[in-house]
Design a protein around this ligand. Structure first.
Ligand code: AR6
Length: 231
């Protein structure tokens, strides 16, 4: 299946990286936007069964806040199919909020094949992980661990044993990893979102007050880790 770029983001440009309003005169970002690009899946909205309307509001809010604070970085929300409900919701809400589509856009494709199949370089990708940070289990977690090979599992073990919901951990991907070599991915950020699926551990049982707080915390932690790895 050929991935379909949803919109924008293809153009190369030179930007300045820095916290808005702070001293940001030196660090010129190169012409390769990919080295400052985070590709992320919609956390918790498939296996973890989080409501898509609520999740899309949180994604758009979190992205808008982040882009208002940092220049020279780009965010891409990825999902596998053109019929993705979460991609269409986010796309229309981001457009209503007038978020710059060169700095945030949606993309249809496999997050482990963005460069080789989609010509989209993203040096950092996020994973919708499980609390044990274990490979397998299906979804994007299984795809990322499988594409990255054993190097990711070993590097993850060195960084962290487990995650609590609403947190994330950034793992440097060794250059021996096929995901690094083929796709130019240098870091994987594992994120644990809220779980609404009664068949999985720590189910919130429909408590969306708690769930929304945890999902916001998850994106905030993800974006914070992203900025720390690209700075
Ligand atoms: N590329 C891009 N997006 C993908 C891919 C892929 N290869 N695979 C799935 N998605 P999910 P969750 C999208 O279920 O809801 C795991 O088993 C998918 O369509 O992977 O946070 C873990 O071990 C959806 O939009 O994550 C956890 O136990 C998004 O990625 C649990 O599932 C997230 O779907 C986490 O559940």
């Amino acid at each position: 299946q050929k991935p379909i770029p949803d919109e924008g983001g293809g153009g190369k440009s030179s930007r300045i990286l820095g916290v808005k309003g702070e001293n940001r005169d030196e660090e010129e970002v190169g012409t390769d936007d990919g080295s400052r690009t985070l590709a992320f899946p919609s956390i918790s909205t498939a296996d973890f069964q989080f409501d898509h309307e609520k999740a899309s509001d949180i994604i758009v809010d979190s992205v808008a806040d982040f882009l208002a604070r940092y220049d020279g970085v780009r965010l891409v929300l990825v999902d596998l199919t053109p019929s993705s409900n979460i991609l269409s919701l986010v796309k229309s809400k981001a457009s209503m909020r007038k978020i710059d589509s060169r700095r945030f856009f949606t993309f249809v494709g496999d997050i482990t094949r963005l460069l080789s199949r989609g010509s989209l370089h993203c040096s950092v990708i996020a994973n919708a992980a499980n609390w044990r940070l274990k490979p397998g289990g299906g979804g994007v977690n299984a795809a990322i661990f499988s594409a990255a090979g054993g190097a990711l599992e070993a590097a993850t073990k060195e960084q962290a044993g487990t995650l609590v919901p609403g947190s994330s951990v950034a793992v440097h991907l060794p250059s021996s990893s096929p995901l690094h070599q083929r796709e130019g991915v240098t870091h994987v950020i594992h994120v644990l979102g809220p779980n609404m699926n009664p068949q999985r551990p720590n189910c919130l049982g429909g408590d969306y007050e708690e769930g929304c707080g945890v999902l916001r915390a998850a994106y905030s932690s993800l974006f914070c880790n992203f900025i720390s790895v690209v700075q």
